[in-house]
Design a protein around this ligand. Sequence first.
Ligand code: MG
Length: 253
Amino acid sequence: MSVELKSAVELEGMRQSGRINAQIRRLLWDAIRPGVTGLELDQLAKKAIKEHGAEPTFLGYAPMGKPPYPGAICYSVNEELVHGIPGGRALQEGDIVTIDLGVTYKGWVSDAAFTAVVGDVGDEARALIETTRRALWAGIEEMKPGNRLGDVSHAIGAKAGTYGIVTGYGGHGVGRKMHMEPHVPNYGRAGTGLRLQAGMVLALEPMFSMGAPATEETDDDWTVVMCDGSLSAHWEETVAITANGPEVLTRLD
Ligand code: MG
């Protein structure tokens, strides 16, 4: 496995991309309310990305013979896990919505996601979302030189409790391209796997479900849903490993 190490100059490029990503996620977060549609949020993202002189990384992305992805954001509501396509349905009180955003700035990609609530969703959904967010930050804390990739994966998975851990998707290296080595599973054994070094940049992205963790793709070829229709949550940050520990490049202030 060859994992890219970023130089100080390259890391500065990643930082700039990450800052733009955070600003646009903040805009989207603030725009979420009953009545707004995925298409409206996608337009908001497209416009803001352009204003920053950046490009939407996801737009036109077409891996492995898939149709080109049509949005700037992935927009996944309730039992939709990831890669949902923004559409014309209005958000309703009680929905939960995951927005995943890729930004490319001067060739550097940042990738981050959050799950937000629409109005009052009840304690169960809130607990799922909060547990998934904490799992992300538990993984981030392990991103130190000398630790192993398994320490990160284990820290994430250990937070799941009774929730399902989605195993078909996970984190990844990120840099000039969105998906790079290594794959970062959301479960694993501490003390095993790749040795972490300063200069590595990884996107960590835990995904937990209220029910069974099995997923399937719908016939739009993109949207991934939970097979049992249960709620799911997803959080992601792009994080650099530095000599001083983790630096969260996409952090929302
Ligand atoms: Mg990602």
